[in-house]
Design a protein around this ligand. Structure first.
Ligand code: NAD
Length: 479
């Protein structure tokens, strides 16, 4: 199902042009398990040139805000113009249904336009005959942006758009599982951005570590696992580089006794299974009141059984494969462990018998906290449902986690649910929906081990700036 067009040779973008590399690595199509193509591997020694280009571009880019707005709008237009080709490529390497890839591309250009339009005035605290005091925001310099494989383009744009708008220049490195679309986006955006402003490199994991260790970038914006995020924070700390870390989650949904099971089941299901559960803020465990537990399990299992799982390029596919072999193995292990400890698979519970990394959407019950699939982040198409009797107990269990990304509370009485939501840990808590706060104008970030700092909205942009206080005598005063 691939055409030669989808797989034009991929090059890093450095200083607005192709950057030739001697080495490459394979990228697999998760729907077949076969090699899809090769991606260029940048060596650590090449980073002086890459970051040098970004540092040179910073001198001009940081000075002209009107030009930055224009360029970001042009970047959005360029992405839109190539949406069909980029979406297909994204499905080929990531696995998600083509429709979801199109949405990811559309959201990415919308985010670029949002940041092109956003304003953030200097704050003048005093400007009178006695003196002048202002608080300004300055760009930090060169930003190293490191991204995961679940939303390769959107999560890169969550960094690129605010970082560029604030006046920084960027070097972005996608996950080695999904480098091709990000490299293609780099090539597309050359038409819209001055050379050196946005550089795209690819390589295996050690390239990320080399970027963090390099002396030029002054800010690391990282999205990925908590384990890697901790390594990034430690390495960045050696040089006091600024960091924003968007990390893992084990997001709870608490379903109260008065929830209308039939009305909420579909939203709850897709809150957990969207992108095959490979969303940092997916529902990863459900605490269901014992009065509605059995009905909820059956309603979710029935939706799971009806969900069409297929190659993302097949029309009508609702879920694709898991993205990569280690993640497929992890999901398989977590389910086997739970089943071995007495859990019941109300549906699914095994891989699909076909090539590629396909796993049946799985609903597990008859399990409790202390089982790995409840306590750990599964990041796959598996949802454990744990029964509870007492609401306070449910909140305590929800909060008994090192993670704190998002959460949700579901009830027939939204006011009661809002009161409970206030007691649940997490950077975003929603009522009768999950992930409702993921909007371009709202801050997104995790508490505890789920991250440091936020993305999106003005808050996300301010994370790519340093405060500067300017004081002195009254302005226009000749003294
Ligand atoms: P990962 O941590 O394995 O890799 C993320 C990126 O870091 C990749 O580009 C990788 O090459 C790079 N990397 C690896 N080692 C590095 C090092 N030592 N220094 C610097 N960079 C390094 O994560 P993943 O498996 O790609 O992504 C899945 C994880 O990402 C899940 O835990 C998920 O919850 C999390 N995630 C979080 C958010 C969020 O916004 N909070 C969003 C999406 C995904």
């Amino acid at each position: 199902m691939t055409s030669s067009d989808d797989l034009a040779p991929a090059f890093p973008t450095v200083d607005g042009a192709d950057f030739a590399t001697a080495d490459s690595f394979d990228v697999v199509n998760p729907a077949t398990g076969e090699i899809l193509g090769a991606a260029p591997a940048i060596r650590a020694e090449d980073l002086d040139h890459v970051f040098g280009s970004a540092a040179d571009a910073f001198r001009t880019w940081s000075r002209n805000d009107d030009a930055r707005r224009r360029h970001l709008r042009a970047a959005a237009d360029a992405l839109d113009a190539d949406q069909d080709r980029l979406s297909r490529l994204l499905t080929l390497e990531q696995g998600k249904p083509l429709h979801d890839s199109v949405i990811e591309l559309q959201a990415s250009s919308a985010w670029l336009r949002y940041y092109a339009d956003l304003g953030w005035p200097d704050e003048v605290l005093r400007d009178d005959s006695e003196g002048y005091e202002a608080v300004r925001r300055r760009p930090i310099g060169v930003v190293a942006a490191i991204t995961p494989w679940n939303f390769p383009i959107l999560l890169a744009v969550w960094k690129i758009a605010p970082a560029l708008r604030a006046g920084n220049t960027v070097v972005v490195k996608p996950s080695p599982y999904t480098p091709l679309t990000t490299l293609a986006v780099g090539a597309v955006l050359r038409k819209a951005l001055p050379p050196g402003v946005l550089n795209v490199v690819s390589g295996p994991d050690p390239l990320g570590a080399a970027m963090v260790a390099h002396p030029v970038p002054r800010k690391i914006s990282f999205t990925g696992s908590t384990a890697t995020g901790m390594r990034v924070a430690a390495a960045a700390g050696e040089d006091l580089k600024r960091t924003t870390l968007e990390l893992g989650g084990n997001d709870p949904a608490i379903v109260l006794a008065d929830a209308d099971v039939d009305a909420i089941a579909r939203d709850l299901f897709w809150g957990a299974f969207g992108n095959n559960g490979q969303i940092c803020l997916a529902v990863k465990r459900v605490y269901a009141h014992e009065n509605i537990h059995d009905r909820l399990v059956e309603a979710l299992a029935s939706i799971a059984r009806d969900t069409k799982v297929d190659d993302g390029l097949v029309p009508g596919a609702e879920l694709g494969p898991i993205n990569n072999a280690p993640q497929f193995d992890r999901v398989s292990d977590l389910v086997a462990d739970a089943l071995g400890r007495g859990a019941r698979a109300a549906c699914g519970g095994a891989a699909l018998d076909r090539p590629g990394y396909f796993y049946a959407p799985t609903i597990l019950d008859n399990l409790d906290d202390g089982v790995r699939v409840v306590d750990e982040e599964q990041f796959g198409p598996v949802l454990p449902i744990v029964a509870f009797r007492d609401e306070r107990d449910a909140v305590e269990r929800a909060n008994r986690s090192n993670y704190g990304l998002t959460a949700s509370v579901w009830s027939g009485d939204p006011d009661h649910a809002y009161a409970i939501a206030e007691r649940v840990d997490g950077g975003q808590v929603s009522v009768n929906t999950h992930g409702g706060g993921v909007r371009m104008h709202l801050p997104f970030g995790g508490h505890k081990w789920s991250g440091i700092g936020v993305e999106n909205g003005p808050w996300g942009l301010l994370g790519f700036t340093e405060l500067q206080v300017v004081t002195g005598p009254a302005r226009g005063n000749p003294r």
